[in-house]
Design a protein around this ligand. Structure first.
Ligand code: ATP
Ligand code: MG
Length: 424
């Protein structure tokens, strides 16, 4: 036999047992989005490499070392999207959805980053993303945070903390960066190679470093909140007041930054200690200058990305189970006539009883084998049809989850009987 082929490193299948959990979080997220008036946008997975270089920025882990990029047959450079914001903004500009309009958008799908695979960090992973456009005030920032808080609530999740910061507007950041560079220069010997490089290209990213030996020094760095100008300060204060009014608790974390110039003001992350070092489940913030940076007219924007694998990891850690969706019936057929009449009857039940879930036995098998499959399906009842019952137009119903008696009823009364069971 030839050697079998395995999936590639950091890229995983979602098996039927797990897909129940995926569908559960997806349906809760979809309903939540619809409740808040957000509309779905579906962007391509492949985009021009330039889009990500321009929007994520050259001096970032993603663009420097994590993108899956290849040259197409015609010579153009393409990349598998590492995140959704860039593509969403590109689509918004291309189709005229942004200028002078308000948009509340969401998407869901795979992202690709060539990172070192470990628990909660994969090369193909999935995100729910939300992006809003055309709203400059802290109200929409607060709405995004409130809807994520509601998502945890609907999923019954606990032990998840909101970390909040403001990186101010461009002017506030100019002054801050100056002090920051001065501080890091005084501690140059503690900076790792990446950080030394970023000292000139993108000093705020150094605050984001996960290098344990730099944490203490980073902890003493100047605090961005001391550098906010009046406008940025007001935005932040109003956001906090809105969160307070909605009773959403937060922890201010002045080290929470996004190092690129088109990010501004609000930055937030939802973190947990239950997922080891991959503890950020959701990260977001405001990016008022990105639309302009990508060549269109200035449009305020705010959004977040939420890692679905990490969300599922947290659900598992807290033992949150999706509601069971076992079938109502498993249809067992004994004999050739029963096989034909049974399939016919199953389809007519599907026509007449809205929402009924029936697994129809296929592939034959003895009565015993079919009963075994029925048990394995966790169906509430077995419907049993033998050739003799076809002749007398009856059918048997056997409860599988209780000790109640098996019943023989006329087929003509089956619909009514099923309705009386109140299963659907
Ligand atoms: P991290 O600091 O964990 O690398 P990030 O800042 O790179 O995260 P974002 O780009 O903000 O992450 O993406 C939003 C969310 O997507 C993260 O909070 C996380 O939940 C999830 N995520 C990011 N990278 C991965 C990955 N490689 N595997 C699984 N989930 C991921
Ligand atoms: Mg990362």
């Amino acid at each position: 036999m030839a050697k079998t082929i395995q999936s590639i490193r950091g890229v995983h299948d979602v098996l039927p047992e797990q897909s129940i959990h995926w569908q559960y979080v997806e349906s809760i997220f979809r309903d939540l989005m619809s409740d808040y008036g957000y509309k779905e946008i579906r962007m391509p997975i492949l985009e021009s490499t330039d889009l990500f270089i321009r929007s994520i920025g050259e001096v970032t882990d993603i663009v420097e070392k994590e993108m899956y990029t290849f040259t197409d047959r015609n010579g153009s450079k393409l990349t598998l999207r590492p995140e959704g914001t860039a593509g969403c903004v590109r689509a918004g500009i291309q189709h005229g959805l942004l200028y002078n309009q308000q948009q509340r958008l969401w998407y869901c799908g795979p992202m690709f980053r060539r990172e070192r695979p470990q628990k909660g960090r994969y090369r193909q992973f999935h995100q729910f993303g939300v992006e809003t456009f055309g709203m400059a005030g802290p109200d929409i920032d607060a709405e995004l945070i409130a809807l994520t808080a509601r998502l945890w609530e609907r999923l019954n999740l606990k032990e998840i903390t909101l970390e909040l910061n403001s990186i101010g507007n461009t002017t506030s950041r100019e002054n801050y960066k100056e002090s920051l560079v001065e501080y890091f220069n005084q501690h140059r010997e503690l900076l790792d190679e990446d950080s030394q490089r970023r000292l000139t290209s993108n000093p705020m990213r150094i605050l984001d470093s996960k290098n344990p030996s730099m944490q203490e020094m980073i902890g003493q760095a100047p605090n961005i909140l001391d550098y906010l100008d009046e406008e940025s300060s007001a935005h932040f204060e109003q956001l906090k007041a809105l969160l307070d009014a909605m009773q959403i608790h937060y922890v201010i974390n002045p080290r929470l930054v996004r190092g690129l110039d088109y990010y501004s003001n609000t930055v937030f992350e939802w973190t947990t200690t239950q997922l080891g070092s991959q503890g950020t489940v959701c990260g977001g913030g405001r990016y008022d200058k990105l639309v302009e940076h990508l060549g269109s007219r200035e449009t305020p924007a705010c959004g977040f990305g939420l890692g679905i694998e990490r969300l599922l990891g947290l659900l598992e850690a807290q033992d949150v189970q999706p509601p069971q969706k076992a079938p109502h019936f498993y249809f067992i057929m004994r004999g050739e006539k029963a096989q034909i009449a049974g399939m016919q009857l199953t389809e007519s039940l599907r026509d007449t009883v809205d929402g009924v879930k029936i697994i129809c036995n296929c592939g034959g098998g003895s009565f015993k084998a079919q009963m075994k499959r029925a048990d394995k399906s966790h169906a509430a009842y077995a419907l049993i049809l033998a050739d003799t019952e076809v002749d007398s137009a009856h059918i048997s119903i056997k409860p599988l989850q209780s000790r109640d008696e098996q019943k023989l009823i006329p087929q003509a009364e089956l619909k009514e009987y099923i309705e009386s069971l109140n299963l659907v």
